[in-house]
Design a protein around this ligand. Structure first.
Ligand SMILES: [Zn+2]
Length: 421
């Protein structure tokens, strides 16, 4: 049981570090002006040891993300994506399902051979042949998933609860003998009987697993329930707890953060929130939430989030809506009179953090809701000064044209509305 004890110590260190460094003090968001890009980069450079981060991001874009209906990445896309994630400092990647064989195993093997700093983990069922497939891909870390809710056990194990323990014990022992790091996941943890879930997690720890994944597989939790369920696991286990949350009620990120607040130290994410059905907790949302709401800098270069989001839009063929948090086109766009007026004086009036922090730029849009300040500031750039009366009629014309076009105006369209220009 040396492994178990070692992990317990690690976990204690993480906690102390987390509390002293971050403290969850409920401090308000840092004001926009306090953002210091150079300091951020320096902190990222200094976080060389990935295991020292208070929270580990274990991104599963290549596994759960690709399980989105209709999504299939090529081997080349998977390899490029893994390198991108490594270069921004993501701590761990769930690289796929080795037991699928063929092209999936080929991609995982190629990624294993890249020599990345990011830890690589394969997804497995609790059977020896899956572990063999992971080993054949060159992986040193395996995630083993078992069903833990009544409905999942009925469908997958014919209602035989004992099989959960038997197969888990056998597969963990097989993987341990081969020197692998083992994470165990309770599929459908959120709908499992609490006592049974704890029994499985404690058994996994006892058999030699180094981490337990709490899965809200069908995304039915809210943050308060998540907090109490995860806190119970964290208080009874000595191994770290990982969050795996789905977005069926739009709460994947909130639930992931609630889990962290309850003591989970690892979080599954996907870029753009890609994933089964309504998707998973989005990488960009979780990392920015940890950074800006909880004040935890976990050593990930957030300035490349836009670039990575665009890569996944392209590779998955799945667009994101303009209002998507962090990476959507409108996430830093302002059109309305009141907001435009505020942002022109101080961007923090209507922005939670600076767009540069996530590789974005602020965009001021002239459209139906724009007012005098936004229009005047735009005209200033062209050296155009209008009287109050002229500005009013221009704003009326802007409204009419925006409604007609059903969108904001381009600079040329606005200039064309000014008589004698
Ligand atoms: Zn999932």
């Amino acid at each position: 049981m040396a492994i178990g004890h070692q992990k317990a110590e690690d976990k204690g260190q993480i906690r102390n570090h987390e509390l002293s460094a971050c403290g969850f003090t409920d401090k308000p968001h840092n004001a926009l002006g306090s953002y210091d890009l150079a300091n951020d980069k320096e902190q990222i450079r200094n976080t060389k040891d990935k295991t020292m981060s208070p929270i580990q991001i274990n991104d599963t874009t290549l596994r759960d993300g690709e399980q989105s209906a209709g999504v299939a990445f090529t081997v080349a896309e998977k390899v490029i994506f893994a390198s991108l994630m490594d270069s921004i400092g993501v701590h761990e990647l769930e690289v796929g399902i080795p037991a699928m064989g063929s092209i999936e195993a080929e991609a995982i093997t190629e990624i294993s051979n890249l020599g990345l700093q990011t830890l690589l983990t394969g997804w497995n069922r609790a059977v020896r042949s899956d572990i063999d497939a992971s080993l054949a891909c060159g992986l040193e870390r395996v995630h083993i998933s078992v069903p833990v809710s009544e409905i999942q056990i009925a469908v997958k194990f014919q209602g035989n609860c004992e099989r959960v323990f038997k197969q888990l014990r056998d597969t963990i022992s097989y993987a341990l003998d081969r020197g692998l790091y083992i994470s165990v996941g309770g599929e459908d943890s959120s709908r499992a009987d609490d006592k049974f879930l704890l029994d499985v997690a404690l058994a996994a720890q006892d058999y030699g697993a180094s981490r337990f994944r709490f899965c809200d597989t069908v995304g039915i939790l809210d943050p308060l329930t998540t907090y109490s369920k995860v806190q119970e696991l964290v208080s009874k286990l000595t191994i770290p707890v990982e969050m795996h949350t789905h977005n069926d009620f739009g709460m994947a990120t909130a639930n992931a953060l609630a889990g962290v607040r309850a003591g989970a130290t690892s979080v599954n994410t996907t870029v753009n929130g890609l994933g089964e059905r309504a998707g998973n907790a989005a990488l960009e949302e979780v990392v920015m939430g940890l950074k800006r709401i909880y004040g935890m800098n976990i050593g990930i270069d957030t300035t490349r989030f836009k670039e990575i989001s665009e890569f996944i839009v392209e590779a998955s063929g799945c667009d994101i809506p303009p209002w998507k948090a962090i990476v959507g086109d409108n996430a830093f766009a302002h059109e309305s009179g009141i907001h435009g007026h505020g942002v022109l004086q101080n961007p923090a009036t209507y922005e939670p953090f600076s767009p540069e922090e996530v590789g974005r730029e602020r965009r001021l849009v002239i459209g139906k809701h724009s007012g005098k300040h936004l229009v005047t500031s735009f005209l200033d750039k062209y050296g155009i000064a209008l009287s109050l009366e002229e500005t009013r009629s221009l704003i009326d014309a802007v409204r009419d044209l925006s409604v007609e076009l059903k969108r904001g105006l381009t600079p040329d369209e606005l200039l064309n509305l000014i008589p004698n220009h």
